[in-house]
Design a protein around this ligand. Structure first.
Ligand code: IPE
Ligand code: IPE
Ligand code: MG
Length: 253
């Protein structure tokens, strides 16, 4: 039995509210620059928006929220910005986990965590353990995450799982080793900040996700903008390779 449904094997049933929303939170730096403030103030403001988004998902009955917080490419930023982002991450974990737990949110961090300092790794482990029993909303933060890294670590783990097997691997063999193995594939992808690219986010899982790009900078994203994205999603016809007529036929069956 698959732990999750894959759009390329088993077609998930369309729901009015997306079950899984994945977001690239972009535009913090430009938001700050517009206000003649340091880039970092945009990141601080951005954490507040995450809080609001979690609340919005709880209210709307969205089951999975996956947020791209730091890409494997973001280490290329000036050392000062990287270090401030790490401090912000630590602070957010220290301050927010109680509230997440009280609200039934299960927190997971995906990405190559081995590059983080021990204190941060410890906080991540503790937060995941603390919220492991929750199931109202599954909140996943991608940190030092890259879609290619994810696929390669999964391939390596899969190969190691059955060293005697030489060939004949399938997609279904790989999927349990991917970082998002516990979740259905995202229904809706949102990128704020105006860029229209995936930037090495969930490459495998976005195969059939509905994409939504908005020029709104992440620090200005709010409930009503989120509802616009959901409304756009609700207008899409998710065909998963089939024809429109087939879908109508099924709906009437
Ligand atoms: C997204 O905002 C946050 C991170 C990548 C950490 P940016 O920092 O990329 O903001 P812009 O794109 O420079 O405006
Ligand atoms: C992508 O944002 C990753 C995150 C939001 C964490 P970037 O702003 O770093 O993306 P690119 O490099 O401009 O595509
Ligand atoms: Mg950016």
């Amino acid at each position: 039995m698959a732990l999750f449904s894959s759009s390329t094997r088993q077609v998930p049933t369309a729901a009015a509210v997306p079950r899984h929303v994945a977001v690239i939170m972009d535009g913090n730096g430009r938001w700050a620059k517009k206000r003649l403030m340091p880039r970092f103030s945009g990141h601080i403001k951005g954490v507040g928006i995450v809080r609001k988004m979690v609340r919005a998902c709880l209210e709307r009955g969205i089951e999975y929220l996956t947020l791209f917080a730091f890409s494997s490419e973001n280490w290329r930023r000036p050392e000062e910005e990287v270090s401030l982002l790490m401090q912000l991450f630590v602070r957010a974990l220290e301050q927010e986990v109680d509230k997440l737990d009280q609200n039934g949110v299960r927190l997971r961090i995906i990405g190559d965590l081995s590059h983080f300092e021990p204190r941060l790794q410890e906080l991540i482990r503790a937060a995941e353990k603390r919220t492991a029993g929750n199931s109202r909303l599954q909140l996943t933060i991608a940190a030092n995450y890259g879609g290619r890294w994810d696929i390669m670590q999964a391939v390596n783990a899969m190969l190691q799982s059955q060293p005697e097997k030489r060939a004949g691997w399938s997609e279904a063999d790989l999927e349990p080793f991917l970082s998002m193995h516990f979740a259905p594939e995202p229904d809706l992808f949102i990128r704020t900040g105006g860029e229209e690219r995936i930037s090495n986010f969930l490459l495998w899982q976005l195969a059939y996700t509905e994409l939504y790009f908005t020029g709104t900078l992440w620090p200005e994203f709010d409930r009503s903008k989120f509802d616009l994205a959901i409304a756009s999603y609700q207008k899409r016809e998710r065909r998963f390779g089939r024809t429109s007529e087939q879908l109508v036929g099924e709906a009437n069956a």
